[in-house]
Design a protein around this ligand. Structure first.
Ligand SMILES: NC(=O)C1=CN([C@@H]2O[C@H](COP(=O)(O)OP(=O)(O)OC[C@H]3O[C@@H](n4cnc5c(N)ncnc54)[C@H](O)[C@@H]3O)[C@@H](O)[C@H]2O)C=CC1
Ligand SMILES: O=C(O)[C@@H]1CCC=N1
Length: 269
C-alpha cells in the first residue's frame, strides 16, 4: 500500500513543498492537504490534483503529517490533531522555533517527531532544509524526511540544538540576499542606470557569484580577492562597507534572528 503524506496548513512553504514533491514523482493521489479557507483548498485541488481534507481526516488517514502553519498557530492546530492522531504517525514540523518537545508533549506518547527548517528556494528546487530528530524519531523517520525535503533541494541533518542558528542562516537567508539585491539596485539608480538594467546587472552578478561559491571549491575570501585589484574600484567599495560596519551588522542581524527563533518556542507572538 502506498504511503500517504498530508501537508497541514498549505501556505507558501506547504505549497512549495507539495509542488516539489509532485515534480519529483509523488502521486497526487497519495497527497492530502488542509487549508483554513475552502477556496484555498479547492485552488490546491485544481492546481495539483491533491485531495483537500480536514485536519482530523488528515491525522486519521495519512502516514506522515507535515505541519506548515505559522509557529503562533501550532498550539491550536495540535489541539485539533491530538485526539485523532495515532502514535504511529510521523509528524514533521516545518515551523521556526518550535522544539520537538512541544509536539511530543501534546501528541500521543511515543509519537515520532522530526523538525525541519527549509527555505523559499524550495520553489525552484534549490532549498536548504535542515533536519533534526525528536526523542522518538528513528533513522527511518529521518530518512523519510530527507526523501520528502530532498525533492526540493539539499538536506542536512543537525542536532536540534543547532536549529535556531540554522533558521537564522538558511531559513531566513534568502531574504538577506533579496535585501542586498534591492539595495544594490537602488545604488544603480543613484549612479544613473535605469531600474530594469540595474536589476539585471545585479541579479546576473548574484547568480554568477553563487555558482562560483558552489562550484569553484575556492574560499569566499579568495574569490573576493580575485575581484579586488590594487588601487582599483572594488577596494574603494569594500572600504565603505567596512566603514559602515556591514560585517558587524550582518553578525548582529543573524544573532537577532537566532534569538527570535528561540523566543517563538515560548509562544511569543
Ligand atoms: N516563509 C519562509 O521563508 C519560511 C517559513 N517557514 C515556516 O513555515 C511555516 C509556514 O510559513 P509560510 O508558509 O510562510 O506561512 P503561510 O501563512 O503562507 O502559511 C501558513 C498557512 O497555514 C494556514 N493555517 C493556519 N492554521 C491552520 C489550521 N489550523 N488548519 C489549516 N490551515 C491552517 C494558514 O491559513 C496559511 O495558509 C511557518 O511555521 C514558518 O516558520 C520555514 C522556512 C522558511
Ligand atoms: O521569518 C520567519 O519567521 C520564517 C522562518 C524562516 C524564514 N521565514
Amino acid at each position: 500500500m502506498s504511503q500517504k503524506v498530508a501537508v497541514l496548513g498549505t501556505g507558501k512553504i506547504g505549497e512549495a513543498l507539495l509542488s516539489g514533491m509532485i515534480r519529483a514523482g509523488w502521486a497526487p493521489a497519495d497527497l492530502l492537504v488542509t487549508a483554513r479557507r475552502p477556496e484555498r483548498a479547492e485552488e490546491l485541488r485544481t492546481r495539483y490534483g491533491v485531495t483537500p481534507v480536514t485536519n482530523a481526516e488528515a491525522a486519521k488517514t495519512a502516514d506522515t503529517l507535515i505541519l506548515t502553519v505559522k509557529p503562533q498557530d501550532m498550539g491550536t492546530l495540535l489541539d485539533e490533531l491530538a485526539p485523532h492522531t495515532p502514535a504511529d504517525r510521523l509528524v514533521i514540523s516545518g515551523a521556526a522555533g518550535i522544539p520537538t518537545s512541544f509536539f511530543e508533549e501534546r501528541l500521543a506518547a511515543g509519537t515520532p517527531v522530526v523538525r525541519v527548517m527549509t527555505n523559499t528556494p524550495a520553489l525552484v528546487d534549490e532549498a536548504m532544509s535542515v533536519i533534526s530528530a525528536g526523542s522518538h524519531a528513528s533513522e527511518a523517520d529521518l530518512a523519510h524526511a530527507d526523501e520528502i525535503f530532498g525533492a526540493v533541494g539539499k538536506t542536512l541533518r543537525v542536532p536540534e540544538s543547532q536549529q535556531d542558528a540554522c533558521t537564522a542562516l538558511s531559513g531566513s537567508g534568502p531574504a538577506y540576499f533579496f535585501y542586498l539585491v534591492e539595495a544594490m539596485t537602488d545604488a544603480g539608480i543613484l549612479l544613473g542606470l535605469p531600474r530594469d538594467k540595474a536589476h539585471d546587472l545585479i541579479v546576473q552578478s548574484a547568480i554568477g557569484a553563487a555558482t562560483m561559491l558552489r562550484d569553484s571549491g575556492e574560499h569566499p575570501v579568495k574569490l573576493r580577492e580575485n575581484v579586488t585589484s590594487p588601487a582599483g574600484t572594488t577596494i574603494s567599495a569594500i572600504r565603505e562597507l567596512e566603514n559602515h560596519g556591514v560585517r558587524a551588522a550582518l553578525i548582529a542581524a543573524l544573532e537577532a534572528a537566532r534569538d527570535r527563533s528561540r523566543e517563538l518556542a515560548s509562544g511569543n507572538s
